[in-house]
Design a protein around this ligand. Structure first.
Ligand SMILES: [Zn+2]
Length: 138
């Protein structure tokens, strides 16, 4: 399986030290689809932080199920969503745009975050995810 790259569409990808970067190709393609400098009109995306990929979750999480089918994004341009989503327009607009754009990805499965909690395109209430975006693929 491929490795998560350190840059996607010119956007820098930073990782938590514990991240296992080996993921399904569909995850890489999902990131190529929704990680872009101009993803939110009028706000520049320069950097995201991946706090989890193929690791550190207990089964049956998509992170380890069939291996590498999910990623968590917890910072935008170096700013933690947990601290800045509600108050920083850039963090909020870009987070929302990533979630909205992931909804248009063919192989989307879970799309949980501060804006949306959807599974296969339909509302799917889950707790948490106010502080990161969790996306997974089929
Ligand atoms: Zn997750």
């Amino acid at each position: 399986m491929p490795q998560l790259p350190t840059s996607i569409n010119g956007v820098t990808i930073e990782f938590s030290q514990t991240v296992n970067k080996t993921v399904d190709q569909k995850i890489i393609n999902a990131l190529k689809h929704c990680i872009k400098p101009n993803i939110a009109k009028g706000y520049a995306l320069t950097k995201i932080y991946i706090s989890s990929a193929n690791d550190s979750h207990k089964m049956p999480s998509r992170h380890v199920q069939g291996s590498g089918k999910a990623v968590d994004i917890s910072r935008i341009n170096g700013l933690k969503m947990s601290l800045h989503y509600k108050t920083n327009k850039t963090v909020q607009e870009i987070t929302n745009a990533i979630q909205n754009t992931f909804e248009t990805y063919t192989h989307k499965r879970e799309n949980f975050g501060p804006l949306l909690k959807n599974k296969l395109g339909k509302p799917h209430p889950v707790s948490g995810h106010g502080d990161h975006i969790h996306i997974s693929v089929n």
